[in-house]
Design a protein around this ligand. Structure first.
Ligand code: G3H
Length: 496
């Protein structure tokens, strides 16, 4: 168990003896009342006062762009980040273990999350060097020399999601930081403790006040921060409901830059010309990796009626082969869910689909054991069912039969989301006829492949309510900075 009684503010590890939040693992243990989620630690339930202290520290460190950090040379900022990366690497084993215990991610995926985060930071350093090299001086007209620079924006509030508590917190925090901004970061509710071993590394690698933590209930500590109008950038990965609420609190929302990655309901479309086996293996990965708890997961499948039987049969067989177990079990694919309300919610979604004419087509589909939900494939799904529109974010796979390709296109047109789509077909003509309609509705079209975010150099964004701004190694550096121009009219004194 880890009992965290301190937090990072203004370069100090401040002691906390106020109330704490208990952290329960999705991994259950037998108790006298049956299986129960295991208590694995506690963290500070700070109040708005501590959040305001963190804001004051970040503002002072930024000092309207005159602080030590925003004015530091790119080389020296990179050295600080390299120091941090080295210190973080020393904590790898502990952090990977905490990812497994806090959110139930398998060992392989937890290790991948850690390593991907380190690779992302190293790639960010290289991207920053590129951007810095491009800030050259050039003559814009005779006698006038211009220099374009990338300047920081101010104080950034970073909030990551529970499904990638380390990686997705850092995909905003690190680029924002290295561009010279100062940071407030609130770890996700599930996936808080794993940040604790990093607080000292932040403290020792960056000047005081550059990175500050905000612990506590989101609804208590974040609205007040936004209402001050002193947050310059909101970097949030999670639900659009929370993002909109936070944005609305800002008194001058037009002065707030938002970098948001939000809800998605990515569709897979299996045409009658698809390689059904390939479609099944990609859809299994796409809809069930980390139990479907990914914004990029395939959350609805349209299958042409001619190939529906074969597709469903192979899906059911494929699920049976996926190993169920605890995060540290070898080759495990299906693990317990961290959000305590999720099993009941998924049950409700399944019952609603059944009441409206769908069946669970795979054996044991939807079976619940405390924090564990066995995947359920629902068929035939229609627009009367909750699962048709709601983002289930869990191991429930709705399958809709179709005759005409207009049906999935219309689904996407009507959808409030627009992140990605996967199209499965072996007919080159059919594929090229579908790219244009979908490219104008979503941000990424995958052909004969599952939806996903990576590789991290790819722009990651979404249309409609799915995102604001773009993330990726290079794009994130742009998202957390602004181009400014120094234009010099040459005269005798500044000719050199
Ligand atoms: O939850 C959303 C993540 O960005 C998914 O990332 O496709 O690499 O699993 P991933």
């Amino acid at each position: 168990e880890i009992h965290q009684r301190e937090y990072l503010c203004n370069g100090e590890m401040r002691k906390w003896d106020g109330p704490v939040s208990e952290v329960y693992s999705p991994v259950c243990i037998p108790t006298s009342e049956g299986l129960k989620r295991k208590l694995i630690g506690t963290y500070p339930l700070c109040t708005e006062a501590e959040a305001m202290d963190a804001l004051a520290a970040a503002e002072a460190a930024y000092d309207n762009g005159r602080g030590e950090w925003p004015t530091m040379s790119v080389d020296n900022r990179i050295k600080s980040l390299e120091k941090f990366i080295n210190k973080m690497q020393e904590q790898r084993a502990l952090i990977v273990k905490l990812i497994m215990w806090e959110i139930g991610k398998s060992y392989g995926d937890s290790a991948k999350e850690f390593d991907r985060t380190v690779e992302y930071m190293i790639a960010t350093i290289e991207a920053l060097k590129d951007i810095d090299r491009q800030s050259s001086r050039f003559e814009i007209e005779e006698g006038v020399v211009a220099q374009v620079r990338r300047s920081p924006l101010g104080v950034v509030l970073c909030m990551g999601p529970f499904n990638y508590p380390l990686n997705e917190t850092f995909t905003t925090l690190i680029p924002a930081l290295i561009m010279g901004n100062t940071i407030l970061f609130k770890p996700p509710k599930h996936g808080t403790l794993l940040h604790y071993p990093l607080l000292k590394a932040f403290q020792e690698s960056f000047p005081k006040g550059v990175v500050n933590t905000v612990y506590g209930r989101g609804a208590v500590v974040t609205p007040g921060l936004m209402a001050t109008g002193k947050i310059n950038v909101l970097a949030f990965i999670g639900s659009s409901k929370v993002a909109n609420d936070l944005k609305k609190r800002h008194p001058k929302v037009n002065r707030l830059r938002a970098v948001l990655s939000l809800d998605a309901k990515n569709a897979a479309i299996i045409t009658k010309n698809a390689d059904v086996k390939l479609a099944v293996s990609e859809c299994l990965l796409g809809s069930l990796s980390f139990n479907g708890q990914r914004c990029t997961a395939i959350k609805i499948i349209y299958v042409h009626k001619d190939v529906a039987d074969e597709f469903l049969k192979l899906m059911a067989e494929g699920i049976e082969k996926l190993k169920v177990g605890l995060p540290w079990d070898k080759d495990v694919k299906l693990t317990p869910l961290p959000e305590p309300h999720k099993p009941d919610y998924l049950k409700e979604v399944i019952e609603d689909a059944k009441a409206n004419g769908a069946s669970v087509i795979n054996e044991n589909g939807g079976t619940i054991s405390e924090s564990f939900v066995y995947p359920a494939v629902l068929y035939p799904v229609n627009d009367k069912m909750k699962v048709y529109r709601e983002e289930q974010f869990g191991p429930v796979i709705p399958v809709v039969p179709f005759d005409s390709i207009d049906e999935p296109i219309d689904y996407q047109i009507d959808s409030p989301h627009g992140q990605q789509v996967s199209i499965f077909s072996n007919d080159a003509k059919e594929i090229s006829s579908l790219i244009d309609p979908f490219v104008s509705l979503v941000s990424r079209v995958n052909i004969n492949a599952q939806c996903q975010r990576g590789p991290d150099v790819f722009p990651f964004t979404g249309r409609k309510d799915s995102a604001e701004g773009t993330l990726s190694v290079h794009d994130a550096l742009r998202s957390f900075s602004i181009r400014s121009l120094v234009a010099t009219k040459m005269n005798d004194t500044n000719k050199q």
